[in-house]
Design a protein around this ligand. Structure first.
Ligand SMILES: [Zn+2]
Length: 304
């Protein structure tokens, strides 16, 4: 199926104001955010000490020279392309005040690729970005940051929900794709192009809409063309409570998007005000964390 999906993708889809200081509270929990003040990421370790002060935090800088080469099985995607898309699926995208998040409902799975669990169900994807003058990826590769970063969040189907899974070691697998501004002749009309082009209607916190089925060509279009080369390590969520039960896979190949599309992210707002008190949703990335001797693996392919 993975081959058919790839083949179908090649045939059909290829090319298939500073936010400083904004904070929020969910269900009475301590406020947190990305700017200064009490909600600053530098205060998460004291506000959420159970995990945010741990030794296996994310994001990290990935040193490719010291990464260990490993030959994993190919990642196997189920439901990602138009031929095997689940009959009952819906996708709802929301500006939640700290990102734009696509909630994915349906039988979409990622398997293999050296993941310890048998099957990982797709839950959501969201983005982190910087500002017009600064790059906003969370991870860095050899010290290099990218313009933005997409997180594709999945959980082990041994558990009934991501809420349960994140309490268990290896319960969650997050796949990260870097976004890099540049020239991409295949971008126009792609799945990602259509998705980002719709984001202006999510201008303020709380705005949401359901993607029309006609817009969703396939989930594969949110991922890099090459998903076989990635870096793998054990880390945490990059937002409170920073639970350390995440298997990270950081794809090596960035997704190249036009500057005009990147600018759409910079024009979103982190609150729902429409007057002078509105705050730009920018710089929603956590600073790099210490590696603390963790193993970083690199998926190695020498058979093609
Ligand atoms: Zn994230």
């Amino acid at each position: 199926m993975a081959f058919l999906c790839l083949l179908a993708y090649l045939l059909v889809a290829l090319p298939c104001a500073n936010a400083a200081g904004w904070i929020y509270s969910v269900d009475g929990e301590p406020e947190w955010g990305y700017g200064g003040g009490s909600g600053s990421p530098f205060n998460w370790v004291t506000t959420f000490p159970d995990f945010c002060s741990g030794q296996r935090q994310s994001p990290i800088n990935i040193d490719t020279e010291t990464a260990k080469e490993v030959s994993f099985n190919f990642l196997n995607l189920q439901g990602f392309c138009s031929q095997d898309r689940p009959r009952h699926a819906s996708l709802r995208v929301e500006n939640n005040g700290h990102s734009v998040e696509l909630h994915i409902h349906g039988d979409f799975f990622i398997n293999e690729g050296g993941l310890p669990g048998k099957q990982y169900k797709v839950e959501q994807l969201h983005y982190h970005w910087g500002n017009p003058n600064a790059k906003g990826s969370e991870h860095a590769i050899n010290g290099r940051k990218f313009d933005a970063e997409m997180h594709f969040v999945t959980y082990d189907t041994n558990y009934t929900s991501i809420t349960e899974a994140k309490n268990h070691v290896d319960g969650v697998a997050v796949f990260a794709a870097m976004l890099q501004v540049g020239v991409n002749p295949h971008f126009e009309g792609s799945t990602l192009d259509e998705f980002i082009s719709g984001l202006p209607s999510l201008g303020h916190k709380g705005d949401s809409y359901t993607l029309p089925k006609s817009q969703l060509k396939d989930l594969r279009g949110f991922l890099p063309d090459n998903i076989d080369w990635f870096y793998r390590y054990r880390g945490s969520f990059t937002t409170p409570h920073c639970d350390e039960h995440v298997i990270w896979s950081v794809w090596e190949q960035p997704i190249v998007i036009p500057q005009s599309k990147m600018n759409i992210f910079y024009n979103l707002y982190a609150n729902n005000a429409t007057d002078a008190t509105q705050v730009r949703l920018m710089d929603n990335y956590r600073p790099l964390q210490e590696v603390n001797g963790r193993a970083i693996l690199h998926s190695h392919r020498n058979n093609w």
